[in-house]
Design a protein. Sequence first.
Length: 289
Amino acid sequence: MSYSLFLGCVIPNRYPMIEKASRTLFEHLNINIKEMKGASCCPAPGVFRSVDKALWLSIGARNISLAEALQADIISLCNGCYGTLYEVNHQIKHNPELNDRINSVLQKVGKSFKGSVAVKQIVEVLYYDYKIENLRKFITNPLGLRVAVHYGCHLLKPTTVKNFPDNPDDPHFFDELVEITGSTSVDYQHKQMCCGAGGSLRTGAKESSLKFTLTKLRSMRRAGVDCIVTCCPFCQLQFDLGQLELANELDPDEEPFNIPVLYISQLLGLAMGISPAELGMIKPVDMKG
């Protein structure tokens, strides 16, 4: 079982611990990873596609061509990257005229798009390719946590092109991955709501962005969760920083949020007996001494 690993931008720049945890988990499960040397930004669906769709398609197709050269499907650790690469792959494969136009651009940099690989997200690979019954065999340290699972927007949608067997409006496969760790996936209000980061909302309309985050965090707290588990670094960033940014926006009698946020490979790794250090979960250094 081999995959071309697409890291994107947020993980190398903001969350190297997600890369560490995921690589450690893949090694533990004997999933072979091939390096996409020379990969760029996916590019981000909310920005590039809105401004210059041809550029978005061309850059995405160039990234896909790197995986085609490796002869291995792409595994993405980010919902946004997954969304872009999946849709670019789908659109060019199903439109011969577009295929010709994009390949004429790629020829200028010595690349070509063949449509020979699939684009997959980490939870999709673990649940549908590796199979959840095989993952269960590795669980040695049941965690017993109450978990708020956050799917994110780009994992299941748009439903016109994504073909998950699960119901996109009421999915369960991510919850099932969490529950093999001996944890409970807690049902909470607004579970399928955006975290608030997507569509450049975090950058362009911060106040509105944090309203989404606050709504979700309050629902999670009411449900009595121990932690949040994501499969997207941008969602993780929104929940991480959002809890700090909202500290001064809460009602006077409302406690600040302090809900730990984990990535799925960290949660699974802990349940498989992998040490926190091997998963990149090292306590931050207090820079003030």
